[in-house]
Ligand binder design. Structure first.
Ligand code: B12
Length: 135
């Protein structure tokens, strides 16, 4: 009986390092900025999320490390961060414009996530497409 806590502690010591290193694993992704209204050439930026991390974290890291990528967001009381502008171009209600969030998987399939940048958890080698369009 007295050996059980000791055994548990030993097991924890064996398992914890693996668990801890996994949380800092870098998951590579690309962020592609497309402006369908101005028809400018898409720009691709490489960055990463931590394993299980959200897109907003990756975008903040990218902005901090690359002067050519900037974005801003507002906080919606129900749905969290709303992507407002990318590289100085902001969506607005009067013009019915917004930044759509799309994801191209490594297999080439394009999906439109049903959550925003604060909730989307990218997988490795996904292309995160930020597309300026009209609704
Ligand atoms: C209309 C609408 C839009 C319009 C809003 C236009 C406008 N300014 O009126 C547009 C087309 C811009 C839009 C965009 C997106 N939307 Co939308 N949208 C809706 C919808 C159908 C109605 C919202 C509404 O008018 N409510 C009534 C008004 C009076 O309430 P409100 O609180 O003021 O509404 C505001 C918010 O809903 C906000 N909003 C709309 N969509 C989103 C998405 C996110 C992530 C955030 C933070 C805020 C937000 O814009 C509204 C107007 O200001 C809802 C579904 C629903 N039935 O609620 C989905 C909904 C809110 N949208 C959703 C999503 C996922 C998106 C996108 C992320 C889709 C994408 N992949 O690009 C994008 C946002 C991208 C970004 N830039 O961050 C999801 C959010 C789910 C979640 N838990 O995050 C919902 C619930 C639909 C769903 N999948 O079930 N959307």
């Amino acid at each position: 009986m007295t050996g059980t806590p000791l055994l548990s502690a030993a097991l924890l010591l064996v398992l914890l390092p693996g668990t801890l290193t996994q949380t800092t694993e870098e998951v590579p992704i690309d962020v592609v900025v497309e402006n369908t209204l101005l028809q400018t050439k898409p720009e691709t930026f490489s960055t990463h999320v931590v394993h299980g991390g959200n897109l907003l974290g990756a975008m903040k890291r990218l902005m901090a490390s690359n002067a050519d990528f900037k974005f801003s967001y507002t906080k919606d009381p129900n749905f969290g961060p709303y992507l407002e502008s990318v590289n100085g171009v902001a969506g607005n209600d009067a013009d019915h414009t917004y930044w759509e969030l799309l994801v191209q998987t490594p297999g080439g399939k394009t999906i439109r996530p049903d959550v925003g940048i604060g909730c989307y958890i990218p997988s490795a080698r996904e292309q995160i497409i930020l597309r300026f369009i009209k609704w």
